[in-house]
Design a protein around this ligand. Sequence first.
Ligand code: COI
Length: 359
Amino acid sequence: MTTVEQTSSVRPARRAAVTNPGHGDIFTDHMFSMLWSPAEGWHQPEFGQLQNLSIHPGMIGLHYGQVAFEGLKAHRRADGSMVVFRPREHARRFQTSTSRLAMPELPTDIFMSAVNQLVAADQEWLSDHPAHSLYLRPLMFATDESLMLRPSENYRFLLMAFVAGGFFGDRVDTVSVLISRDYCRAIPGGTGNVKVAGNYAPSFVAQRQAQEAGCHQVVWLDAIERRWVEEMGGMNLFFVRSTGTGNEVVTPQLTGSLLPGVTRDALLTMAERLGYRTREERISVEQWRQECAEGTISEVFACGTAAVVTPVGTVRDPAGGDWTVGDGLPGPVTMTLRRTLMDLHHGLARDTEGWLHPV
Ligand code: COI
């Protein structure tokens, strides 16, 4: 089993210096921890300082990737209070992810209690900068000390947090993407529809190719026909199609190899409330290129907890050349949806769906 060690704390000094947090490096002070065993179920809840773990080198989670996680955000509203965006949906998706890896489900009430404790304790880390938030990272991993190829019997759940700025920086700018022709992210029957650690490490070589090609992110195609657009690296994608009767907001259908994003789901609802028609459909990369050339697809954006809503300006396809989306700048539908979502996060719009959980 894992044990905890005390670490020296340099964090108060860092807290004062959080002006440009980036994504994932500025951890807050505390964490929640809980264990699971066959005899005791979930037990030993602990809330305390963020600490290093001491782990056995033969831990199943390290070797065989029995590790699942989530990502959700707490925001500061204009009145100074803190809210968490759709934590129950993240708890449910976490349960789906851990079940897929033969791990126990963490009950929603424990997930919520951990979130409440951590946000209450660490909220002072968050300024009122509109592009900053507290990113909460729930994690579950297998702790058995064994190299037998079998599911672990014991697990640990952790919740930690970091201060997050914009995933692509605090300014809203379009990003460029590379269609990955060498690699794929997920296969039918695989784990593409859940949030498990093993989905992410294999994406790094493709992401590196994107950067070497001068692009910010990779776009994944389906694994069978290698033509249907699935996701961007760790984000869902949306297309804005102009039709004779107005704008349509379209996102790739959840075929089983895409992650069902909580932000994706929220944006589908928001787009409808704003009067756009919404569709979930399969979109091929040829269609993307052709409809951009014809001007039917006028905007494309990525979305996710980390990405929020990020406009895509240019596309590079090693098999089909480069093209620009619209005029290559953030489009009006994208920016309307981004603003609507951020206004909700910051308490500037009414929470008609009950998506905000006050802490
Ligand atoms: C998120 O959007 O929260 C993600 O988990 C994607 C990635 C940054 C890990």
